[in-house]
Write a protein that binds this ligand. Structure first.
Ligand code: ADP
Ligand code: MG
Length: 308
């Protein structure tokens, strides 16, 4: 029901549905001969600080993108698994997880879980991921595990990776796999602390492993307009990052923190709350930048990565 509201709200799903129908066979099933798969754009939501809004941003940005008509895979790379549970995935029943995908014991296709949001799937995490750090140290091509699993033609337009709160080998895998990084920054006194470390890490990954990597944008989270500090931090961040900072600012909004306990993204739980509206606006801004970066962001459009 709630997702119907989202579709009505955006009113754009129809165009996408038509595009999909045009590639269906007579039974209405996807015709694999004509259905074009392409390598999705991969965005990581990263900041080594905990509690800055990575998971909230990953879940709601992914939901908003799929509501706009994009097919999205949300990869939960945090052993805590908050992105999956926030989308109603029960960890107990899972046979495989991101951990198995990283260690090539399972494929993405067999591990993916559908969510209640049309067009949004999740690659769920498991507690095993907390041991992955140590296991990866001695693994072959240890920085490229996630890239190998995700950078291939799939039925998704976007992969969003929810990173753990560290600059560990798991996060490194996400950065190596990604086209671009979305950095959430909490509007609080220590917001910029540690940020130079993140920026240096991104530069190092760019030089050593992944030349296409860039910062997609910085999103200010938990903004409290009654608190002068929020405004001061926002100004500082804009001075430091210039127009890399998205115009959209995510307000502090209790609905955003309530929604995960119902296993729903805030955009579905209460799409009219200020937090949900902000994430919808962020998704539009992300797509606008995407258009500039890629020259094209339409579903089923042709590009160099297309395969029959
Ligand atoms: P991270 O993934 O970076 O650790 P989370 O997204 O889990 O951060 O957010 C940390 C906590 O803050 C969670 O309890 C979340 O519900 C809450 N939270 C995140 N963004 C907001 C917001 N804009 N307003 C209110 N609470 C928020
Ligand atoms: Mg998190």
């Amino acid at each position: 029901m709630a997702s119907q509201y989202i579709r009505d709200y955006f009113g754009k799903r129809e165009t996408t549905d038509k595009a999909i129908q045009s590639t269906n066979n007579n039974n209405g099933e996807p015709d694999m001969k004509t259905k074009a798969l392409r390598v999705p754009r991969i965005l990581s939501v990263a900041n080594q600080k905990g509690g800055v809004g990575k998971t909230t941003t990953s879940v709601n940005l992914a939901t908003a993108l799929s509501a706009i008509g994009q097919k999205v895979l949300l990869v939960d790379l945090d052993p805590q698994g908050n992105a999956g549970t926030g989308l109603g995935i029960k960890r107990a029943g899972l046979r495989t997880s991101t951990y198995d995908v990283i260690f090539e014991d399972a494929g993405v296709e067999e591990t993916v879980q559908k969510t209640k949001v049309p067009g949004l799937d999740v690659l769920p995490s498991s507690i095993h991921l907390s041991g992955a750090e140590i296991e990866l140290v001695s693994a072959r091509r240890r920085e490229y595990r996630l890239e190998q699993a995700l950078r291939k033609p799939m039925d998704y337009d976007y992969v969003i990776i929810d990173c753990p709160p560290s600059l560990s080998l798991l996060t490194l895998n996400a950065l190596v796999a990604s086209d671009s990084i979305v950095v959430p920054l909490q509007c609080e006194f220590y917001a910029l602390e540690g940020l130079s470390h993140l920026v240096k890490t991104i530069e190092r990954v760019q030089k050593t492993f992944n030349p296409r990597l860039d910062i997609h944008g910085v999103v200010l989270t938990m903004f409290d307009k009654r608190n002068n500090l929020s405004e001061a931090v926002a100004n500082d961040v804009r001075k430091y990052f210039g127009d890399k900072v998205y115009q959209t600012v995510i307000p502090r909004n209790v609905r955003l923190s309530e929604a995960p306990s119902y296993g729903l993204p805030a955009i579905v739980y209460d799409m009219r709350c200020p937090g949900a509206r902000a994430y919808i606006s962020l998704a539009k801004e992300v797509l606008k930048r995407e258009k500039k970066l890629t020259g094209n962001n339409q579903l089923l459009s042709s590009n160099n990565n297309q395969v029959a």
